[in-house]
Structures are given as C-alpha cells and as structure tokens.
Ligand binder design. Sequence first.
Ligand code: LLP
Length: 427
Amino acid sequence: MIPETPFDTSLVAPGILAADLDALADEFGTPLFVYDEDALRRRCQEYVAAIGPDAVTYAAKSFLCTAMVRLVDEEGLRLDVATGGELHAALNAGFPAARIVFHGNNKSDDEVRAGLEAGVGRTVIDSFDEIARLEAVVAATKPAVPPTVLVRVTPGVEAHTHEFIETGTERSKFGFTVSEGVALAAVRRVVEGGVLHFGGLHSHIGSQIERLDAYGRAVEILSALAGQVADATEASIEELNLGGGLAARYLTDDPDVPVSEYAAALRGAIDAHWSGEQPRLVVEPGRSIAAPCAVTVYRVGTVKEIPGVGTYVAVDGGMSDNPRPVLYGAGYEAYVPARIAEGRPLRCNIVGKHCEQGDVIVNDARLPSGVRVGDLIATPTTGAYGYSMASNYNKVPRPAVVFLRGGEPRLVVRRETYEDLVRLDVV
Ligand code: LLP
C-alpha cells in the first residue's frame, strides 16, 4: 500500500464511523471496545437469512457478555458455550437452555451435570469418556426425555489457517477421527447405549477460513460417514453442524467472503455428496459476526523515535486487551479517528504498555504525520477474540465495552477497577 493512502474506512462498521469516538473516550475512558450494535444485529440477520431459522449458533467464545447474550437471543440464534463458565454467563443472562449447544473437549462431571440439569438443547460429545460421563449423569438424574447429543468429528481436512486454530485435522485434540472408523464407533456407542438421543454430527475444521473449498471436502467426508451410520445403525442424522470459521476481514487486502457465498458453498457440498434425506444444516459462527462490528480505541501515551530504528507509538492497552498479534502474528490496521481522511506517511509500530518487547498492537502501521501524546488511535475488526481473551497481565484492568444503537452509546461492560484486581486475594 502507498503510505500516503488514507485509512480504508470500509473496515469500520457504519455506526462506529458515524460516532464521535473522542467524546466516547472522554466519557468512558480508554482503552475502550466500541461495538456497532445495529451492525451486530444485521450480521445475525444475514446469517439467519442465508442458513435458515433455528440453524445459526453464535459461538460465545468470540465475545460474550450479558448484553451480547440477550442480543443473540433476540435475533433468534442458538448459543454455543464451551465451558461451565460460558454456560453460566448464558443462563445468567436468561438465554433459553433449549437453544444452547454445549461444547468442550474436556467437560467435567460438574459441567456435564450443569448442562443437563439446565436442559441444554444439545451436548456435543468429544470423547468416549464423555459418553460414559453423560450416561452416568442421566442414570443418576433420570431426565424425562433422553438428552440430545451430537458427535464431534474431525474429518481430516486442512483448513489453511493458523495451526493453533486449525481443528479439523487428524492430529486435532477435538472429537473423533473419521479414518479407522473411530467416529462411526462413537456413533454406535451412543446409539447402542440407548440412554442418549443421537441428534447428528458436528465438525469445526478451524477458524479464520478464507477458502471455502475446505468445507466442501469436510462435507464429502461427513457424507460418507453418514452413509456408514445409516448402514450400521437405525439412527438418522437430523442435524449436520458444520461449526464456525468464516474469516473476518482484518486488513484492507483481506478478502471479504460474503455469508451468502459461504452458505451456498455448504449447501452445494451437501447437495453434491449427501445421499438420502438431507439433515438440517447448522452453523456456528463467532468471529464473522463479532469481529467486524467493533473497534478498540486507545490513547497515545508516548511517541518515541529511535534513530536508525523507527518510531514507536505506545498506547494505553496492549496484549492484555488484544493478544492476537502476539499469539498468532495477527495483523491489524489502525487509524486516528479525528484525522481519518488524511494521508498516512508515518510508518511506526503501535505498541502497548506491557513489560514485553513482543507487546505489539500493529507492526508496521501507517498513521498521519505528527501523531502525538493524547491522540486517539482505533484498531478495527477487534470485536472477536479480543475482549474474550483479555487478561490482567501486569495488573492492567480490562477495558470497558460500549454498544452503539442508533448512535446512542450504552455501557454494557464496565471498566475493571484496581479494586477488582485484588478481589480474589485471600489474606
Ligand atoms: N464452533 C466451535 C466448536 C469452535 O471451536 C469455534 C472456535 C467456533 C465454533 C467459532 O469459530 P469462528 O466462527 O469464531 O471462527 N482465539 C482464536 C480463535 C479460536 C477459535 C476457537 N474455536 C483467534 O483469536 O483467532
């Protein structure tokens, strides 16, 4: 990109572009997560329109708070929770248990019991140990109807994403591999146990997936497995949950893969490979709903020019509110809200305030010249896996979160205080 090119505003949700981020920073402090609530709702609606009613499951791990749970409920989505903590947050916010999908590769006895007692609509089984665990809880609690389970399958496809977030390969710790008949054995074990209701198959091949052909290959393998299930058992596959994974657009040069194209690819693959009656197609997006709808707003604290090295622009957050650059080498764009239309001749590294050289927000960023102490810097596409992976490293309080609806800001998560930082200490 030519350094003088202004920031690409198409990376920012319209409600945020229209907002006065300086005023929000003054009112709520920085760092601040600002979400365009109208954009979040439109994104949910787009998914429902493309995939169908009662078929889109929001992956809570990407961004979870009470306001988000309520939004997802109001938009009619299901909710994927992956731990007892996420389950608690969902139930605490009043989310209907019947629309909760309970994931996790190592659910404890307590978590399994909590899910079944709450009446979660589906539990996704990840191991033979978990089948036994569920059966034991059912034997002890004797629910009126057998709980519905999906069997998580690793189809053995490469998703062409970062290896830490690629989950569908045979090396994965998740689910049952299809090769060697392990997944089929798991389905048989569930069906023959006669205690759980087998509801279908689940597969999540990875996250930040730009190439839709990977889903096609997964569907092909799952269709073959479905044929084996039909031959080996009386059970039918009511539901095929293909997980989440659709990529978000972080950088100007990243592709923007429309949900409609993604839905068409999944349906096309099912039409091409599935024999017999087709199951209900279910998806589980997190990032592609939450990421594009937020920015993080920071305030510049120092600007340091090191002769022969370059310029560091240090902001008041860092790896504690966005660990993705450190964890995955993830790239972001950045802009100065008050000077959004200006050219950006300044090449710099935007860094955080943590005690590590690797604490980077944006490597080799472009900003307008003369950025100085007190300016705001916003990073787009930070709505997913930012706040949800935030930490208190260096005892930095976690930021506040604001939702904008019709231009009106609403605080949905308050900023942590220093008092919060010592609340768990026992003396
Ligand atoms: N379903 C299951 C079973 C999952 O494990 C995940 C994400 C999703 C759905 C949602 O995937 P999404 O649509 O958000 O790609 N922390 C990493 C991402 C980890 C994804 C974990 N599982 C990151 O920041 O890139």
